[in-house]
Design a protein around this ligand. Structure first.
Ligand SMILES: [Fe+2]
Ligand SMILES: [Fe+2]
Length: 307
């Protein structure tokens, strides 16, 4: 099966090739979609007024931006660069490695834009992130899934598939953000730019997994297939989001009793059930990548593919 290159499309459409720098506007619109931050619907927070709500949304945007930087530079680009430089222990064609390098460029550019935006926001509002987190859920889930495989020969494949899954789930997440009309135009704009590149990435990772999955031996497919539910279990949590929201509430200077009530309300506020949009994307990825053509793997994933 031949790899379908995207280099030509990249030359025409990559945002680093086509988009101007965006400047944040000083208007009434929000920094972040309220729907993405359950705290905005807490009756106590609502009662505290718009200034507190704005704080919550700005800090949530800072976290989102920081998460993007971690995801792009530490997770996706670690794997993409290994593939581009031929360090990944599987032989991909020149076209695939060249496209992997374009993914590295895109992701570094997304991280660059994110840094620019964080700085512009700090300048405009005079408010810095109250705390910077250095991990996202994937920072824990991927190394744990890799470590769970006994045979070193299976570890890189696990990493490839984990990155491919996350590149396919994050895409829809950015889409929901880019379409929210309550959010500042420039912020929606950077999300839309990002999305334009991610559609290409999503197909790129699917292509690589397809090729990889077809060519590895049965023992590898079984071992990786067994590790996948472990990976998904760790990926699809909101532990860090909960940690963040708790810390955010703690620094709002609320009376102790009120603070405790808001934090208590957070518990259980983040289910990722089978109706969650991330699950729909993961299901789509499983189908498109060919992983489900392998019966034992399909069996392992039945919890995720049953609708
Ligand atoms: Fe990206
Ligand atoms: Fe990407």
């Amino acid at each position: 099966m031949n790899y379908q290159p995207h280099a030509q499309i990249w030359e025409q459409r990559a945002t680093i090739r086509t988009r101007p720098r965006r400047i944040i506007e000083n208007d009434e619109k929000s920094f972040y979609p309220k729907e993405r931050q359950p705290l905005c619907y807490d009756p106590i927070i609502v009662k505290l007024g718009d200034e507190v709500l704005d704080q919550v949304l700005l800090q949530s945007l800072y976290k989102y931006i920081n998460d993007i930087v971690i995801f792009e530079t530490e997770i996706v680009n670690k794997t993409a660069l290994d593939i581009a430089k031929g360090r990944f222990p599987f032989e991909f064609s020149f076209d695939a490695r060249y496209d992997a390098m374009s993914v590295v460029i895109d992701e570094d550019y997304h991280a660059f834009v994110a840094m620019d935006f964080q700085n512009q926001l700090e300048q405009q509002t005079g408010i810095k992130p109250f705390r910077t987190f250095d991990e996202i859920e994937l920072s824990r889930a991927i190394p744990r899934a890799i470590a769970s495989l006994a045979d070193p020969a299976h570890k890189a494949g696990m990493e490839l598939i984990a990155v491919a899954i996350s590149e396919n789930t994050v895409t829809s997440d950015v889409a929901a953000f880019a379409n929210d009309n309550t959010v500042k135009r420039s912020i929606k704009g950077i999300m839309a730019d990002h999305l334009a590149d991610e559609g290409r990435h999503s197909r790129f990772w699917i292509e690589l997994v397809k090729i990889y999955w077809r060519e590895i031996d049965e023992a590898s497919r079984i071992a990786i297939g067994e590790a996948l539910p472990r990976f998904l279990g760790e990926y699809l949590t909101n532990e860090i989001q909960k940690e963040f929201d708790t810390a955010l509430v703690e620094q709002l200077n609320l009376p102790q009793v009120v603070q405790k009530r808001v934090i208590d309300n957070l518990v259980g506020g983040y289910p990722i059930g089978s109706q969650h949009p991330m699950i729909a994307n993961i299901r789509r990825f499983f189908n498109a990548s060919g992983l489900l053509d392998h019966e034992p793997t399909r069996e392992q994933l039945k919890h995720y593919i049953a609708s």
